[in-house]
Design a binder for this molecule. Structure first.
Ligand code: PLP
Length: 449
């Protein structure tokens, strides 16, 4: 066989500029990717967050729990004892559904929000993010619709897009999802012949909106979804973090056959353990376990054992109370600073729990365009566009109060106020800024989650 003569760079590979080679390799892989990867795009703001993590920047962006509130010395002694006494099982493969003792403890936790569940219907997940992934994988075909609040959790939007589902938003107000808007949206989608697979909702201390679905709306939301044949996916990582110790009846406590409930230890204990769970209707449970098995074989036995031991041996409710107190103080610091410093025309939500405040800025300011200027002024936030599947949300942004100290929060809000005033000045000098074309949802980074 006559092979073509090698090109000069093939004769001497070291002569090929590395960047050109990398570009060619990228092209080759681009052609190989599955169509579904088209929706997996890195957020444009990722690079900015690398700068925002510098110590001089007050980051009001990330939703990172304040782990300094954990008794780390006691926990490390516990982990050492776990390895010494149960190491061989704790480090072994386990069941795809999760270790039975932990599933029983999870049922006791869910009982605090009125849920009566059997451990057989609980599947332990690698954080609730992997629960979201599995639920979307088993229910959504390309082109299916997922209905979600406007705004919604960035990580969920990224997952829905990765499975080529289309997100249709339903507005919320200070009492959460608006039932009449849900009814209107589902009727319009049915009339258009669209296949809606589920409503994705975060009823308690919403990320990013900070609001809670009013108790009197809950039955109505369930009734509307049941009537339209739409499953409800209830994502509840913040439900135990009500600042006055209040909890709300889970949607799953009111309806067991049409709700998949997702829970997590990320906000009430620690996210690095990556332990969450899904409580599914009995008929769905088997598919969910099969999906879990294909993704991870089994959730990590070790971290499940750590969580189970922690729940059995520690005052975990006391720890949650400590977290609530820390976050309540930080919420107060943030709300106080917003009231003291923000220019007229700004509006914000007043969360009773969780991590986030949702801020609406005066007309004409584009929060995504403003972010680089804010980072220059040493304050970071997440622009509202991250939380919409259709690229809207330019007039909004999310502020997190979970991680910085109250003093840093006050300083961060002071800096943000200066940035907003600068934007208003620009607008009054040059007129309304030109809006960018909306883009679709992008994959979250831990900074935006
Ligand atoms: C609403 C919501 N769902 C799910 C997650 C993911 O949580 P986990 O760490 O359990 O995967 C987050 C994390 O911020 C969240 O805010």
């Amino acid at each position: 066989m006559n092979l073509p003569a090698p090109k000069p760079e093939q004769q001497n590979p070291s002569a090929v500029p590395a960047a050109a080679a990398a570009g060619r390799s990228l092209d080759t892989h681009l052609r190989r990717y599955a169509a579904r990867t088209a929706g997996m795009t890195a957020s444009e703001i990722r690079a900015l967050f690398a700068v925002a993590s510098r110590p001089e920047v007050v980051s009001l962006a990330g939703g990172m729990p304040y782990l300094a509130a954990l008794p780390l010395e006691t926990l490390s002694a516990d982990v050492a004892q776990l390895l010494a006494t149960e190491g061989q099982t704790a480090l072994q493969y386990g069941s795809a559904q999760g270790i039975p003792a932990l599933r029983e403890q999870i049922c006791q936790i869910m009982a605090l929000e009125g849920i009566s569940a059997h451990p057989d219907d609980v599947t332990v997940t690698v954080g609730s993010q992997s629960g979201l992934d599995m639920v979307t994988r088993i229910f959504c075909d390309p082109g299916d619709v997922v209905v979600a609040e406007a705004p919604s959790y960035v990580g969920a939007l990224g997952t829905f897009t990765a499975y080529q589902a289309e997100v249709v938003h339903v507005p919320l107000d200070d009492e959460g999802l608006i039932p009449a808007e849900l009814e209107r949206t589902l009727s319009a989608l049915a009339a258009a012949g669209r296949r809606v697979k589920f409503l994705y909702t975060i009823p308690n201390f919403h990320n990013p909106a900070g609001v809670t679905l009013a108790v009197h709306r809950r039955a109505e939301v369930l009734e509307i979804c049941a009537r339209h044949g739409v499953l409800v996916v209830e994502d509840n990582p913040y439900g135990m973090l009500g600042f006055d110790g209040q909890t709300y009846p889970a949607l799953r406590s009111m309806e067991s056959e049409n709700v998949v409930y997702l829970g997590s230890f990320s906000k009430t204990f620690a996210p690095g353990l990556r332990v969450g769970w899904a409580l599914a209707p009995h008929a769905v449970r088997e598919k969910l376990v099969l999906a879990a098995e294909s993704a991870t074989l089994c959730p990590p036995t070790f971290t499940q054992a750590v969580v189970s031991r922690y729940l059995a041996q520690h005052d975990w409710m006391g720890q949650i109370k400590t977290y609530r107190e820390v976050y309540r103080e930080r919420r107060d610091a943030m709300i106080g600073a917003l009231e003291a410093h923000l220019p007229a025309g700004c509006r914000w939500t007043r969360p009773d729990g969780g991590f986030y405040v949702w801020l609406t800025v005066p007309e004409g300011i584009d929060t995504k365009a403003m972010l680089p200027r804010a980072v220059t002024q040493r304050v970071a936030f997440v622009p509202g566009t991250a939380f919409f599947g259709d690229g809207t949300g330019n007039s909004q942004l999310r502020l997190s109060f979970c991680y910085p100290t109250p003093e840093r929060i006050r300083e961060g809000v002071r800096r943000l106020a200066t940035v907003l005033e600068g934007e208003l000045e620009l607008i009054s000098t040059f007129g309304q800024v030109v809006r960018r074309q909306p883009t679709g949802p992008q994959s979250p980074s831990p900074d935006t989650a």
